[in-house]
Design a binder for this molecule. Structure first.
Ligand code: TYC
Length: 102
């Protein structure tokens, strides 16, 4: 891309050396004790899912061991993980939630 500058000089846009900001997957892990209904509530409350989608993701985690809740910039992913873990602890469930760079 070239930008016309004053009369006859032309500025060439240089290739950016900045890396795009990292994105992180937020994942829920299965366990044998957290009630299914509680996991559905977590997915609705912290990941904005409707009940149907939350139920599908919960069942995926239950059968496959892990499931994707969403992909976010690093600070938002970290906040979601903290919120889910705090909520699970408050209710004395061992639910685990982790983040992983995409
Ligand atoms: N496996 C749990 C049960 O049978 C349900 C469950 C689903 C737990 C998803 C955690 O991330 C999870 N009650």
């Amino acid at each position: 891309m070239a930008t016309k500058h004053r009369e006859d000089s032309v500025l060439e846009a240089r290739e950016s050396k900045l890396k795009p900001p990292p994105f992180f997957k937020v994942l829920l892990l299965n366990d044998d004790y957290t009630p299914m209904d509680f996991v559905v509530i977590v997915l609705q409350k912290y990941f904005g899912m409707n009940r149907e989608r939350a139920t599908l993701i919960m069942l995926k985690v239950h059968t496959e061991g892990v499931g994707l809740c969403g992909i976010f910039p690093k600070d938002i992913a970290a906040t979601k993980v903290d919120q889910v873990l705090a909520f699970a602890r408050q209710h004395q469930h061992p639910l685990q939630c982790v983040m992983e760079e995409t």
